[in-house]
Design a protein around this ligand. Sequence first.
Ligand SMILES: *[C@@H]1O[C@H](CO)[C@@H](O)[C@H](O)[C@H]1NC(C)=O
Ligand SMILES: *[C@@H]1O[C@H](CO)[C@@H](O)[C@H](O)[C@H]1NC(C)=O
Length: 395
Amino acid sequence: ILLMGQRSGRQERSKKPQLALSETMEAETEVRNNKEEAEEVKAKNQRLASVFGVADLKNEAVGLYNLGQTCCLNSLLQVFLMNIHFTGILRRITVPQSAAQQKNSVPYQMLLLLEKMQRGKRKAVGPTELAYCLAQHRVRFFVQHDAAQLFLTLWNLLKKQMKRPELVEELKNLYTICIQEHLACQNCSFEMKSKSTMLTLPLPVLDADSHWLKSLEDCVQHFFLPEELTGPNMCFCQKCGRKTPFLQSMKLVHLPQTLTLHLQRFNFERSSRTYKLSHYLSFPQHLDFREVLPENQCQADASEKATWQYELFAVVAHSGSTSCGHYCAYVRSLTEHKWYCFNDSMVCPVSWDDVKCTYGHPRLNWYANGSLFLPNAALDFGMRAVRSGKTNGFG
Ligand SMILES: *[C@@H]1O[C@H](CO)[C@@H](O)[C@H](O)[C@H]1NC(C)=O
Ligand SMILES: *[C@@H]1O[C@H](CO)[C@@H](O)[C@H](O)[C@H]1NC(C)=O
């Protein structure tokens, strides 16, 4: 499960009519001479710049056709593209110059897809060109994906290809979490502190005794609990000159506007096989980190903490087993304040009660989960995760 929250209490942008961006954004295949192309690009950039700040159309929720096991990608795309803070950044990208570069640019292809979705009265569109583009970047299709892993992959590609430093900065600000890790030797006074940024908080769903945690709040608290590193987990202490027991703790430094939480429902510790932990786990519509985390697990001033209030914006949910399953996205439109269920090409309005039922519903056999484990999934993405037994999903 991926739960995305939006900071509450923020002003929505004004709802001006959408400018006619569509025709200009069609991907060209014709070969043009360079000069013409450069002119065109310049004009496009100007038009792109002119739509900055304009809120998306009163978002008609549009589905995405499944191109063969692309339900995970489709769900994540819906979550990205329904986020007006994200699309506000996406609309300002610099259009790549050549047709080949355009084909290979994830942000540009995402923008084209957004345009395609918003343009017409179609019930659903196919993310074909974007999927082709992602395949060029070694994103595999026709396989089950781990939503958190694919989310990280997409985000890294976006960040890498957005080029304009100020947009990359905005993208980082929109999504990255900042944490301070603290390691203290239990024998001497030696301690190490380091800051890490993360795209998601990878939350455990089991406690240290392998008991099921019951709510999202419990999972957050558990994630931040100090942990003693003893036995095989001992660390080398420079002062003692050998491995000693350490106390590892984490403090929350900064939370972004769009906060992504990942419930780690896969478990691959006790056997070589990955299995899914599908137990009931409640999540709230409003989450205030100041109420969830004790003072000593925060490293932030009052003004930072004042922003730690979230409203649930999206849930990416998986049904089925680790080897076979299906993803859907539940997203609350930030312009209409209504929930939708995006089930590939099918989109339907749903209630908060339906969203809450994304887990543990026995009759539908529908469990919230985003944790299909993809063996050997690329671990070389540019995120630094907190080094801890708690961050199994990312290395
Ligand atoms: C514990 O730390 C002290 C210094 O504070 C050092 O003399 C001693 O060797 C350390 N003990 C071990 C077992 O490393
Ligand atoms: C999604 O669609 C499939 C059929 O394509 C259906 O079996 C499934 O129940 C739907 N899931 C939800 C949550 O509506």
